[in-house]
Design a protein around this ligand. Structure first.
Ligand code: ATP
Ligand code: ZN
Length: 298
């Protein structure tokens, strides 16, 4: 029999905007999950990890109650639950690391015809939202009194049917707001997905989490890093090394039959953009290749 005491339990969103990226992240960490989307639970085959597929709103409760030790969730949901619920164990949930997907912002938006000057323009108004905790704290911190209209979805239609004067909702491109005749006026929170943990796990789980983190850090670092290969004129090598973003000691190799050129290979830990490449070219570099890195272990 498999000993459950020696397994780490992770809660991720079952379906929705974070579901695919959460699964992909585990795959990149070398953890294979079965494909089925309908199941609520999956035992990873090649790592002592059990994954629970739940609604994102339930993840803080799963983690707080130690039904799961860790979870992947949007900061917007985590912080909202932490403000709203009196449960101390939810307040004690710790963010281990940002995961770099699910980026969005929680914004207040008003109808295009609303004459908005500053936050005081919202005083005495009705604001529809699914994020009552975050919104009420935001308004309270700025001494603004509003009536908060709590809705679970389709918040953006509230002004049109006169349920509210403004909305407070998640935005990533503002396209939905524009389509509904709304304009963004205040940012309540910038959010992305995070890996969270509780403080109640045993020694065995702490060790498994440390193992998982090593892989995860490798994946996260690799994602922002690139392997750059180029040819550099010998006399401009120092200049070219200076332009390679975030690289420590590049490898310099001789090129057969060429005294004037060397090959330079470097791991760049910061973004390598087109302007970096143009800069390299302007300094005499040629045959510039920028290659993604899949995994990295320091
Ligand atoms: P569930 O069924 O799990 O309760 P949901 O409908 O509440 O799902 P989704 O719409 O799938 O949630 O969004 C999940 C998370 O994705 C959000 O809480 C937020 O952190 C993030 N997100 C990123 N961009 C957006 C966006 N444009 N609109 C809404 N959420 C976004
Ligand atoms: Zn939800």
């Amino acid at each position: 029999m498999i000993n459950d005491e020696k397994r780490l339990k992770l809660a991720i969103q079952k379906s929705g905007r974070l579901a695919d990226e959460s699964r992909k992240l585990l795959e990149k960490c070398g953890i294979n999950l079965l494909k089925s989307k309908d199941q609520l639970f999956c035992r990873a085959q090649n790592f002592p990890l059990d994954v629970f597929f739940v609604r994102d709103d339930d993840i803080p409760t799963f983690v707080a109650s130690n039904a799961c030790h860790i979870g992947i969730i949007g900061q917007n949901v985590l912080f909202d639950e932490q403000i709203k619920l009196p449960n101390q164990k939810i307040k004690d949930i710790i963010t281990i690391t940002e995961l770099g997907f699910g980026q969005c912002r929680l914004s207040i938006a008003v109808p295009n015809g609303f004459e908005y000057e500053n936050i005081k323009s919202l005083d005495g108004k009705r604001i529809a939202t699914s994020y009552q905790g975050l919104l009420s704290k935001f308004l309270q911190d700025r001494s603004i009194n509003c009536e908060i209209v709590s809705m679970q979805g389709a918040v953006e239609i509230a002004p049109r049917i006169d349920m509210a004067d403004a909305v407070c909702d998640l935005v990533s491109t503002a396209a939905t707001l524009t389509m509904n005749g709304l304009k963004e006026v205040e940012t309540v929170l910038e959010s992305q997905s995070v890996l969270v943990r509780n403080n109640s796990m045993g020694q065995a789980q702490e060790e498994l989490l440390a193992r998982l983190m090593l892989r995860l850090q490798g994946v996260l670092t690799a994602r922002s890093s690139k392997y750059v290969m180029l040819h550099s004129p010998v006399d401009r090598l120092e200049e070219i090394k200076g332009v390679l973003p975030g690289s420590e000691s590049p490898t310099v190799l001789s090129l057969q039959g060429r005294d004037d050129l060397v090959a330079v290979h470097a791991v760049c830990n910061e973004g390598v953009f087109w302007d970096t490449m143009e800069d390299l070219k302007a300094k005499g570099a040629s045959s510039i290749l920028v290659i993604p890195i899949e995994k990295m272990l320091g």
